[in-house]
Write a protein that binds this ligand. Sequence first.
Ligand SMILES: *Cc1c(COP(=O)(O)O)cnc(C)c1O
Length: 394
Amino acid sequence: MSHNKNLAFDTKCIHSGIREYEHGPVVPPIYQTSTFKFESAQHGGSLFKGEQKGYIYTRMLNPTIEAMEDAISALENGHKALGCGSGMAAVHTVFSALLSAGDHIVCSEAVYGPTVTLLKTIFAKFGVETTFVDASNLDAIKSAIMPNTKVVYIETPGNPTLAIADLEGAAKIAHEANAQLVVDNTFMSPALQKPFDFGADVILHSLTKFLNGHADVIGGIIIVKDEETYKHFRKTLNQTGGVIDPFNSFLVHRGLKTLAIRMERHSISAQKIAEWLESHPKIEWVRYPGLKSHPQYDIAQRQHNAQGGMITFEVKGGFSAGETLMNTVKLSQLAVSLGGVESLIQHPASMTHASMGKEIREEANITDGLVRFSVGIENVEDIIADLEQALDKA
Ligand SMILES: *Cc1c(COP(=O)(O)O)cnc(C)c1O
């Protein structure tokens, strides 16, 4: 059942990764154990030599983690997946597996902040050089390629501008240079965007966001296309140690069952809210891939099955209007993170990026009235009414 490629995506969300277990549970049991008994010295030896399949130690492999990995691999049409302790552990594992001292990586400038920092600090320290580019411009990617470029790394839609990169074009450029295209697919999830269909070589996600979907787990995952890459990545993850645990894997696997219907609702509601915001007199501009005003609207239509739950907008009146909006919303909660069933709102200038200083913020396209909204699955009229009463005061 778990790898039947003929099943529709929403059916796969319910059934992928599920195997037969003792006593016939419908849901995979939580194997909350750090280690597994060998039947004999010979059995232990053959497991370690890889002659026989079986579980040894949870950092290496665990049935509950494996069930969740298989499920997500099936949803991305991958070969296998590797569960990680956080999205950043997934990013770190991918870079550790693919890059060596003297290598170069081309990275989209619109990626998750800590990914930028990881490259600029730890990987720079180990002799990996990074060029940051506007990945919505294929010429910029192409001209950043160097003879030692091993990886092109893209997150699309990007953060916080929701700029969209053409994955097919980026894959072509990467492959012509013998580099691999790695895609952070967190913002869309496999329900809305399948990077392997456009030529990506490796996909990763923060499970913390839409895949788990319930704001109660920190986790990450890497999906690969062939056994050789899988073995190399598994060895790297086993050595660096950033694995997910059985209970969090169980929660993610449970969250996946509603992924298709959650993403559908996030997208329908976000479209309504984005259109409503775009016509609101207190709003300067709205960025949402489902709006014709989005600079990469055409790519979004081609690359996404629907347009997702993330909206960025600029409230008129700058910093103080943004701050007032934060302090007057009632239903939407002020928090970082995204992709949960509850609506979350965030004003970078007064919150996450407050310590940065206005000039550096604006270099990163974070203007004073910029607001990032993660649309939840509450009734859309309630979400709009809440924003409306708050914008009246902003
Ligand atoms: C949150 C996030 C990450 C990092 O994930 P954590 O689970 O917080 O470590 C990476 N990429 C994107 C796009 C994210 O939104």
